[in-house]
Ligand binder design. Structure first.
Ligand SMILES: [Zn+2]
Length: 536
């Protein structure tokens, strides 16, 4: 009898260990999706407050202290457990809630752009603080979107006792491609089954396969020579600045012999102190971008060789350090397909005449092209949904995002949501104009509905994640294996932007959004929405 009972326990135990969660009937899942979409709609006010608040912080990469503290507080109040300072980055963190599988990561970037400070809702250049950083990329909107979705899905998971873990994480210093490869190296995603990432755009869309963009390495070359009196004894000096200039000349000759898909650009981060002292130290910071790992690596090696050549010509020495890296983007098919169904259900926001008027005025202001690169007419805000796009057939190269490093390790998609105006130049003050207006708020709410309903899909239909790994293992990484550019001990470049934020934070602080006093940030700044022309 006793043996039979232990056998029964043993069988029961092994059943529990191997049992797959039963798929939940579609009708039930559909009802929860409807419920969660209504719940997100009802929280539109929360979305506006979060979006406006992060907009007002305007923090550059690695300096996202206010943004992180603010978002962490909201997540803690909603039952998430926070791990701070992950991957050696003071502003990075991971928020977790739930138990067991599926284990789903939800992320977005949070940093802003140098010299992009701009008042929202006005169709002319008007910085909040002259020369200060600002959200000229729209990274103030993505995490609010994700947080709103996660909080509402969590309520359903709790009530229905659905197993699953939600992990929310910020893309720190995305403009420096400075965090995500480090997260992968440090094992932050090792238990994750799938990742939903969001990025501001001007339509509601998702794609899968090769995204057509470039990966990169971000490298600073530091030259050292010796100083001398520039007039009294210039023959005794070894100019590190000469080395920087010669390296740039060398690289600009090299361009002719690179593939047309490359992008490379540099800024001089140290050009010496004053003209009468031969610069003993100088530095130049390059981004080397290409479409494949091999081509990025080859540019990286060319860069080092040219730097060594410049050092030899000037009798200086050179060392280099890796500050950031990203792989070319490739995204998951199964999750993208599930997400696209939800995109069709949610649709684009209903734009008001004011929203459209602002968009057209901004397009005029920035001399927007008549059509985008895919041939869509640019005229006001998007009113027709993007199609679901698969792998690009051809690309002549483009920007980068280190979300790719996550996507090469865990099935990942990027939801683009319509919080910005089509036809803006990107990384520009004009890209901030929409980002604390009803355009951004509506785009975030619709994006949040898509994320929330896709989460319900993943929690109720295990096949989406099984298929996602099948694509990941048997298609995406079948021939291309992820090789990181990071070494085991490459530190994150957390020192970047420290001085700029120290300079501007005291002034920016005066303009932090106060939702206890003002309904919106536009109201706080005294802006009539929309203001289409500058009044003298
Ligand atoms: Zn971005």
């Amino acid at each position: 009898m006793r043996t039979a009972f232990s056998l029964f326990l043993c069988l029961l135990f092994s059943y529990l260990l191997t049992a797959q969660p039963k798929p939940i009937p579609q009708t039930k899942a559909d009802a929860w999706k409807k419920e969660v979409m209504n719940a997100v709609d009802a929280k539109a006010k929360d979305a506006q407050v979060m979006v406006d608040m992060v907009f007002s912080f305007a923090e550059l990469g690695f300096q996202e202290t206010e943004t992180s503290a603010y978002l962490i507080k909201i997540l803690e109040q909603n039952g998430f457990t926070i791990e701070r300072g992950v991957s050696g980055m003071p502003t990075a963190w991971i928020a977790k809630w739930g138990n067991g599988k599926p284990y789903i990561a939800l992320g977005s970037d949070v940093d802003c752009i140098p010299k992009a400070s701009q008042k929202p809702g006005v169709a002319y250049k008007s910085p909040i603080v002259e020369d200060a950083p600002g959200h000229g990329e729209g990274h103030n909107s993505g995490l609010p979107l994700v947080i709103l979705a996660a909080i509402e899905v969590k309520k359903i998971m709790e009530r229905e006792k659905l197993p699953g873990t939600l992990m929310i994480w910020p893309g720190i210093a995305e403009e420096l491609v400075g965090s995500k490869a480090w997260y992968i190296r440090d094992g932050l995603f090792k238990n994750v089954d799938a990742c939903i990432f969001t990025h501001v755009g001007n339509n509601l869309g998702v794609s899968w396969g090769d995204a057509g963009n470039n990966g990169l390495v971000s490298v600073e070359f530091q030259f050292e020579g010796s100083s001398a009196h520039s007039a009294g004894a210039p023959w005794r000096g070894k100019s590190a600045l000469d080395a920087v200039e010669l390296m740039n000349i060398g690289w600009n000759y090299k361009r002719e012999h690179l593939k047309p898909t490359q992008r490379s650009h540099y800024v001089v981060t140290d050009g010496g102190d004053q003209p009468n002292v031969v610069p003993s130290k100088a530095a130049v910071w390059y981004y080397f971008r290409e479409r494949t790992y091999e081509d990025i690596k080859s540019m990286y090696e060319d860069g080092i060789r040219i730097a060594n050549g410049a050092a030899m010509m000037t009798n200086t020495t050179v060392k280099h350090r890796l500050l950031g890296t990203a792989w070319p983007g490739h995204f998951n098919k199964s999750i993208a397909e599930a997400m696209y169904k939800n995109i069709k259900t949610v649709g684009l926001p209903t734009w008001s005449n004011d929203d459209q008027a602002l968009a057209r005025a901004v397009q005029k202001l920035v001399s927007a092209p008549k059509k985008d690169q895919r041939g869509n007419v640019i005229d006001g805000l998007a009113v027709k949904l993007d199609t679901l796009n698969g792998p690009v057939q051809f690309s002549w190269g483009s920007g980068s995002d280190d979300i790719a490093d996550i996507a090469w390790n865990v099935p990942t998609v990027v939801l683009r949501y319509p919080s910005n105006i089509p036809g803006t130049p990107g990384h520009n003050w004009a890209d901030g104009i929409a980002m604390a207006t009803p355009i951004a708020h509506k785009g975030v709410v619709n994006g949040s509905k898509v994320v929330a309903s896709t989460l319900i899909d993943m929690l109720t239909n295990p096949k989406i994640i099984t298929d996602a790994w099948d694509y990941h293992n048997n298609v995406q990484t079948k021939d291309v294996k992820y090789i990181p550019f990071l070494e085991k001990n490459t530190p994150p470049a957390t020192f970047l932007n420290t001085k700029i934020m120290e300079q501007f934070r005291p002034q920016l602080k005066k303009y932090y959004y106060d939702p206890s006093k003002y309904n919106t940030y536009l109201e706080q700044l005294g802006i009539t929405y929309p203001t289409l022309e500058k009044k003298d």
